[in-house]
Design a protein around this ligand. Structure first.
Ligand code: ADE
Ligand code: ZN
Length: 318
C-alpha cells in the first residue's frame, strides 16, 4: 500500500509529531516531559480529554518558527514515505504565536519555505489554520483573522478542532464568515464526539468538508443530505478506533456511508498517537471491508475534488 499515491486531507501538524521528535526537542531545551509517555515511549492517554492534555503538553515544547519548520520537515518526509502526494495540515495560530498575527506570519513564512521544498520533491501541502473549540469564540476570531491575513498559496483553509462538546457551532460563525470572505476553504470537526446536530451546525457554518462526520450514520436524512450536497467527510478510522468513538474496525461506519453515496476520504488525524500510518489505514480498510484499487481510486478522486487548492494543482492530483 505504501506505493499507492494518496491524498490526505486531515492531518494535525502537532499531532503528527513523533514522540522521539518531541523528546529530542525537549532534551535540547532541557525541558522535563514527565508523564507524557508510556514505558515504551509512546504518547500515554486513557481518554479523549487526556489525549487533548498530552497533545497540548507535547505541543508546548515547540516554540517559534524554527521548531515548526523542523517539525513540518519531519512530517512531510514521513508523508512522502507513506505515498502521499498531497497533504492538508491543520496548524493552529493559537500554538504558533498565541494568536498574534505577526508571530503567526513568521511561523507561516518558515513553514512555507519547507513546504515549497517538499512540493518540488513530489509532496504538495496546504495549511488549514485551525481554531481550537475549547479555547472559545474570541480566540477563534483571532485565529480566523490570522488565517484571513495569510490566505494565499499555502494557507488555504480554516478549520475547527478540539473538544466538540465545547459550545455550539454557531459560536464560531464570525470566524467562519471572516474566513469565507477571505476565500478560504472551510472544514469543521463534527460528528466525532457529538451526533448529527453537530454536523448540521458545521454545515450551517459553511463547511464543505467535515472532519470525521461518522456519526451522520445515526440519521438517514442527514446521510442523504450529505450525499446529495456532495459534502466530503475526512474520515480517520484508526483515530476513531483508538479513541473509542467506535468499538472496532468492523463496526466503523465508513463503508456504510460510502455505500449510501457519501464522499468519504481517508486520513490519519494524529498518527503517532494512534499507532497508525496512512498506509496502515488503507491496509485495514482492505482487510476489513475488502476495499481495493477501485475504492481507493474513487476515494482519492473525491479527496482531490474537495482539496483546498488551486484548480491546476487539483487537476494534477486527479
Ligand atoms: N485535535 C487533534 N485530534 C483531534 C480529534 N481527533 N478531534 C478533535 N480535535 C483534535
Ligand atoms: Zn482531527
Amino acid at each position: 500500500m505504501k506505493t499507492m499515491k494518496k491524498i490526505e486531507l486531515h492531518l494535525h501538524l502537532e499531532g503528527a509529531a513523533p514522540p522521539g521528535f518531541i523528546r529530542g526537542l525537549a532534551a535540547e531545551k532541557r525541558q522535563d516531559l514527565g508523564g507524557l509517555f508510556d514505558d515504551r515511549g509512546a504518547y500515554a492517554y486513557r481518554s479523549f480529554a487526556e489525549f487533548l492534555r498530552v497533545y497540548e503538553a507535547a505541543t508546548g515544547v515547540l516554540s517559534g518558527p524554527a521548531d515548526y519548520a523542523r517539525l513540518l520537515s519531519a512530517v512531510l518526509s514521513e508523508c512522502g514515505e507513506q505515498g502521499a502526494i498531497y497533504v492538508e495540515l491543520f496548524i493552529s495560530p493559537d500554538f504558533c504565536g498565541g494568536g498574534d498575527l505577526s508571530a503567526w506570519r513568521d511561523h507561516v513564512a518558515a513553514m512555507e519555505e519547507v513546504a515549497r521544498a517538499y512540493a518540488l520533491s513530489g509532496v504538495e501541502s496546504r495549511a488549514v489554520a485551525t481554531c481550537i473549540r475549547h479555547y472559545g469564540p474570541d480566540r477563534a476570531r483571532r485565529s480566523a483573522i490570522c488565517a484571513a491575513e495569510t490566505a494565499g498559496a499555502w494557507v488555504s483553509g480554516l478549520g475547527l478542532a478540539g473538544a466538540e462538546d465545547s459550545g455550539q457551532p454557531s459560536d464560531f460563525a464570525w470566524a467562519f464568515d471572516c474566513a469565507r470572505e477571505a476565500g478560504l476553504g472551510l472544514t469543521v470537526h463534527a460528528g466525532e464526539w457529538r451526533g448529527p446536530e453537530s454536523i448540521r451546525g458545521a454545515l450551517d457554518l459553511g463547511a464543505t468538508r467535515i472532519g470525521h462526520g461518522i456519526r451522520a450514520i445515526e440519521d438517514a436524512t442527514l446521510v442523504r443530505d450529505l450525499a446529495d450536497r456532495g459534502v466530503t467527510l475526512e474520515v480517520c478510522p484508526g483515530s476513531n478506533v483508538a479513541l473509542g468513538v467506535v468499538a472496532d474496525w468492523k463496526s466503523h461506519p465508513i463503508a456504510r456511508l460510502a455505500d449510501a453515496g457519501v464522499r468519504v476520504t481517508v486520513s490519519t488525524d494524529d498518527p503517532p498517537f494512534f499507532h497508525t500510518t496512512l498506509s496502515r489505514e488503507y491496509e485495514m480498510l482492505a482487510e476489513t471491508f475488502g476495499w481495493a484499487e477501485t475504492e481507493f481510486r474513487q476515494m482519492n478522486l473525491w479527496a482531490a475534488e474537495a482539496a483546498f487548492c488551486d484548480p491546476e494543482t487539483r487537476d494534477r492530483l486527479k
